[in-house]
Ligand binder design. Structure first.
Ligand SMILES: [Fe+2]
Length: 120
């Protein structure tokens, strides 16, 4: 999240950012798994921010305010993409599946089913 821009966007942020992101005892998890959990939490927060900006932008009447929020939303999408890429570099099977879905045209569900089948 761009905390300087959207600090109030995250209800229960302290709750999420503390230890609640773990569903297993944190001390039993590897460093890699804890990092993975943090990145999943970050991905979720970026997605939420993108959605919140979408709603605010749709209602905003001030042209400049709208442009600023559109710029911020674009940043959140970039952060979402970086989070996703981080995760995909650690999960080759996920990458193989998403390669069959992302940046394609045509029926998304069909591509998803085919990609899942092809990835194994
Ligand atoms: Fe962000």
């Amino acid at each position: 999240m761009c905390e300087s821009v959207v600090p109030t966007f995250i209800p229960h942020r302290d709750h999420i950012m503390g230890f609640e992101q773990y569903h297993e005892p944190a001390h039993e998890l590897s460093s890699e798994t804890r990092t993975f959990a943090r990145m999943i939490a970050s991905l979720t927060e970026e997605a939420e921010a993108i959605g919140w900006y979408e709603q605010r932008i749709s209602l905003e009447q001030d042209r400049q305010a709208k442009a600023i929020m559109q710029n911020a939303q674009k940043e959140e999408m970039k952060h979402f993409g970086m989070d996703l890429e981080f995760l995909l570099r650690r999960k080759p099977l996920w990458r193989a599946t998403l390669e069959g879905i992302l940046f394609t045209t045509g029926d998304i569900v069909e591509h998803g089913d085919e990609a899942e089948e092809a990835a194994g």
